[in-house]
Design a binder for this molecule. Structure first.
Ligand code: SF4
Length: 436
């Protein structure tokens, strides 16, 4: 039987133009990794920055199935270097899978290493606890709960609304566990604020601003579930917009403001821009029409695919095409029961979508699909998509960017192998290096 090491090395040699770091990173993101107990954190009282569960679970098991990792959180990210593949510095978001062939543990010399199939393949660095996580809000809430940072501290992730009003099998995106993640944290008795009060967000940002003295944090993302009716008496644009307005009034230009929201009508998008948001993510999730209808039934029902795309193009007139960065979830193109059966078909479809947007100056980006077990697609596809799909996607993504004269999108930090900090896919590790 082919080992995972064989698969990884075969793809590294078949696609030498894709950085080795990116091949490994994609495999870790799609399939997760296990942690020895000794490599877990001491939560918010330790020296290592713990996983914040900033929006989805991004784990391959539910919390009760994680064993010690449910009590002592894993780190938010790891940084990999060295080893037999001579890895340049590679930041990877942590997605726990106790049965993964990848395991983080200590070697005979007590050094933290990443093992694949039992063989050490990289040195592992852990994110230090940021000074701002050591302070709490006046009401006792932690900064990690209200304003966690990811991407090695680059991005403040503000999930203002921790659930989605696309609800149930007929509306929830079939790969998304936002609602389950909210339930499981509540059931575990963890603090997990459903709607974050604006004042708390501002207070947490003040703490970050005060203690992030080397100014590692460069951007914030305002996001959360879709709002199809109202939250706090506000429709989606006003709900998320009020945070942007308050942040930009209090900290004008301190961070690059980004919003992930539905593809909204132009007047709503204009309001985001007027509040000071600079980057808009109206995520289109998957390009193929049939898969969008089946896997994003709420988006299809409330907006519809063609209208969604039309609004993405409209928003480019408000923000400028370079500042409209819709996400897709890389891998669900191949998810059973309805996904493409071959890698080539899936890549061809994804490439059509990339060309559609990139030829108009809009640069989509992607996160690597994590098949969470409480989602319909995660249950049907616990292994996720083939690694070859992810590697070939990196190739076609870069080629389509090059063909359209585009460079790495703003708001993601430095690009290039050994430099990127974007942790939930390796597209930034694969693009030409930019200055940090
Ligand atoms: S719109 Fe879809 S992906 Fe986004 S939070 Fe709702 S269900 Fe999840």
């Amino acid at each position: 039987m082919t080992s995972r090491t064989d698969l990884v090395e075969e793809l590294m040699s078949r696609f030498p133009q894709v950085p080795r770091e990116a091949v490994l990173k994609e495999d870790l993101l799609r399939g997760g990794l296990a942690f020895d107990d000794a490599a877990l954190t001491d939560n918010e009282s330790g020296t290592v920055k713990p996983k914040s569960y900033f929006i989805f679970s991004f784990d391959h098991r539910t919390l009760p199935e994680l064993g010690t990792a449910a009590l002592r959180r894993p780190p938010e990210e790891v940084v990999l270097t060295g080893g037999p593949y001579e890895l340049r510095r590679t930041v990877v978001s942590v997605r726990i899978n106790p049965s993964s062939p990848y395991r983080v543990g200590t070697d005979g010399d007590g050094r933290l290493r990443l093992f694949l199939d039992g063989r050490p393949i990289a040195d592992v660095g852990l994110p230090p606890m940021p000074a701002y996580y050591r302070h709490t809000l006046a009401n006792g809430k932690s900064v990690m709960e209200v304003a966690p940072t990811i991407q090695w501290g680059y991005l403040i992730y503000l999930t203002a609304f921790r659930v989605c009003q696309y609800f149930g099998a007929k509306e929830e995106c079939q790969y998304c566990d936002i609602n389950h993640n909210w339930r499981q944290h509540k059931q575990a008795g963890r603090p997990y604020t459903g709607v974050k009060p604006v004042d708390e967000v501002l207070e947490a940002l003040e703490i970050i601003d005060r203690y992030d003295t080397d100014r590692a944090s460069q951007a914030y993302t305002l996001t959360g579930g879709s709002i199809t009716s109202q939250v706090d008496g506000l429709a989606e644009a006003d709900f998320y917009g009020r945070y942007a307005q308050a942040i930009e009034e209090r900290f004008p230009g301190r961070w690059i403001g980004k919003v992930v929201a539905q593809a909204l009508p132009r007047a709503d998008v204009q309001r985001f821009h007027d509040y000071g948001i600079r980057i808009y993510h109206p995520n289109y999730e998957v390009w193929d029409k049939r898969l969008f209808e089946l896997y994003c039934p709420g988006k299809e029902r409330y907006v519809g695919r063609e209208e969604w795309h039309r609004r993405i193009l409209d928003s480019a007139e408000v923000f400028g095409p370079g500042n409209v960065i819709p996400n897709f979830v890389a891998g669900i193109e191949m998810a059973a029961p309805h996904g493409f059966a071959s890698v080539s078909e899936a890549i061809d479809s994804t490439a059509t979508g990339l060309e559609y947007f990139m030829s108009r100056g809009i640069t989509p980006r992607f996160t690597t699909w994590c098949p969470e077990p409480t989602t319909p697609l995660g249950r049907a596809n616990p292994e996720g998509a083939p690694l070859e799909y992810h590697v070939r996607l990196l190739e076609v993504y870069r080629a389509t960017m090059d063909a359209n004269g585009l460079s790495s999108p703003p708001g993601y930090g430095p690009a290039g192998p050994g430099r990127a900090v974007f942790s939930v896919s390796s597209f930034m590790d694969t693009l030409p290096a930019t200055p940090s």
